[in-house]
Design a protein around this ligand. Structure first.
Ligand code: ASP
Ligand code: MG
Length: 252
């Protein structure tokens, strides 16, 4: 079994998601676990929305609208007309839950770390759901699995610590019995013993993929990204940054 992780830029829009599908279908018939981030920019938008509701700034509604539009547009572009309506109504009803959470925060003018994690978890939930529906519509033998049912953590919201024993046991049991060729999982999100949504820290989808790969002793973990390799510095900040052709684990 191989684990493939695709980051926010790789799943930022319908066009990029189509390329992800090409990569996945090009891997042949072997069993794959595909871990995805939220669509690029969505986690930031969710956090902006939450900070506005906590300041009782009604402009949070514009951010919510943008989040809504990005996902509904992706569904319309990716899914054939016949299967759009089921996916649209599922995502719309989840968007209603998100809206209710935002309204609650707005009314009391507060955002707790617990509520913040619940709110940001929607980014990965939406992307993974849309991608798995799209794979299915492209006749890939795919099922969706909510990572919160596999990854168990403590309740340090925003940067929860994984309970490896529980998580590994859950992954073993689930992947041993599941027959689908491809499993699509949301990165970044997990849940506590009490069933509350938690997150693994910004950029945590890589970590989700690594934890799942370790749990099932995957033959390979592939982290797909929009930068062609490792750079001497963040190329978005440092113009002279160069790609490093080879690097050891220690140096990295
Ligand atoms: N969506 C989360 C973030 O933006 C996790 C990730 O992309 O890995 O931090
Ligand atoms: Mg990342």
């Amino acid at each position: 079994m191989k684990v493939l992780k695709f980051g926010g830029t790789s799943v930022a829009n319908a066009q990029n998601i189509e390329r992800v599908k090409d990569i996945v279908s090009g891997m042949g018939r072997e069993q794959l676990i595909v871990v995805v981030s939220a669509m690029g920019g969505i986690t930031d938008l969710l956090l902006t929305m939450a900070s506005r509701t906590s300041r009782q700034d009604v402009a949070y509604k514009a951010v919510l609208k943008e989040i809504e539009d990005r996902h509904l547009q992706a569904i319309r572009e990716l899914l054939p007309v016949g299967s759009q309506s089921a996916a649209l109504s599922k995502v719309k009803s989840e968007l209603n839950v998100l809206e209710t959470l935002a309204e609650g925060s707005y009314l009391i003018g507060e955002i707790t770390p617990k509520l913040s994690d619940k709110i940001v978890s929607f980014g990965e939930l939406f992307s993974s759901f849309i991608i798995s529906e799209y794979f299915r519509s492209e006749k890939l033998d795919t099922s969706f699995k909510d990572s919160r049912e596999l990854l168990k953590t403590n309740e340090t919201y925003g940067r929860a610590a994984v309970n490896f024993e529980r998580t590994f046991a859950n992954c073993h049991t689930f992947f041993e019995h599941s027959k689908s060729q491809i499993h699509v999982l949301p990165g970044f999100i997990a849940s506590s013993e009490n069933g509350n949504s938690t997150t693994l820290g910004r950029g945590g989808s890589d970590y989700t993929a690594a934890v799942v790969a370790a749990a099932i002793e995957a033959e390979e973990l592939q982290i797909w990204t929009d930068v062609s390799g490792m750079y001497t510095a963040n190329p978005k900040i440092v113009k002279q940054a160069m790609a490093i052709p080879h690097i050891s684990y220690e140096e990295a």
